[in-house]
Write a protein that binds this ligand. Structure first.
Ligand SMILES: [Fe+2]
Length: 212
């Protein structure tokens, strides 16, 4: 009979280092800048890519008020409120991500596997109309494994698939899905708000893979 040895998996390590940082760094911009190398360490761990093969694909579902994305939820911190999410997109089946913001939260988006294009936009109008937002693309970069994008509150962006399956690990200052986020049409400048991604609880390291 095998003896079970309980060791810290890469998610446990990420959680404890993130909690330490949240306890020691009160400045939000500093905190999120310092979190990037901690996430990078996890993305570089081959055990995480191996575990990602067990994660279900995430899908964009059509519904009331437009389509809604899906995130895998690996962890939500009971004290600091941060959430650790996953995304696993198949370019043929997952649907496209619209141009959006994340409202008031900070997000660290780390690519684990595959490549995609990240686009950033700036807002040009005076915000006087509730249904209108004139935006212009300022950046369009192909990113790959190990690359991390920090999305600060209300920053406008999208991730575009380039024909490859992609997997991402994401840390957010608050679990999304329970509050409205901005949606932007870069052609018509139409603007509206709707709920963020649905949260699907998933074990990042399912018990049967721990012995591997
Ligand atoms: Fe986003």
């Amino acid at each position: 009979m095998a003896i079970e040895v309980k060791t810290q998996n890469p998610l446990d390590v990420l959680i404890s280092k993130t909690r330490e940082l949240f306890a020691s760094e009160p400045d939000l911009d500093q905190r999120w800048a310092k979190l990037s190398p901690i996430l990078a360490e996890m993305l570089a761990d081959p055990a995480v890519i191996e575990a990602s093969k067990t994660w279900p694909e995430t899908h964009v579902l059509a519904g009331e008020g437009g389509s809604r994305a899906e995130n895998l939820l690996f962890y939500e911190d009971p004290d600091y409120g941060f959430a650790i999410n996953g995304l696993k997109k198949n370019p043929d089946r997952s649907g496209s991500t619209r141009v959006h913001d994340h409202a008031h939260i900070y997000t660290l988006y780390g690519v684990l596997d595959g490549r995609e294009r990240i686009e950033r936009y700036e807002r040009l109008d005076d915000r006087s109309r509730v249904d209108y937002a004139e935006i212009r693309r300022t950046r369009s970069d192909v990113v790959g494994p190990g690359e991390i994008d920090l999305v600060k509150p209300y920053e406008i962006h999208t991730e575009v698939t380039i024909g490859e399956s992609t997997v991402a690990v994401i840390i957010r200052s608050e679990k999304s899905g329970g509050f409205n986020q901005g949606r932007y049409n870069p052609e018509t400048f139409e603007y509206f708000e709707s709920l963020g991604p649905r949260q699907t609880p998933v074990e990042m390291f399912p018990p049967n893979t721990e012995a591997m």
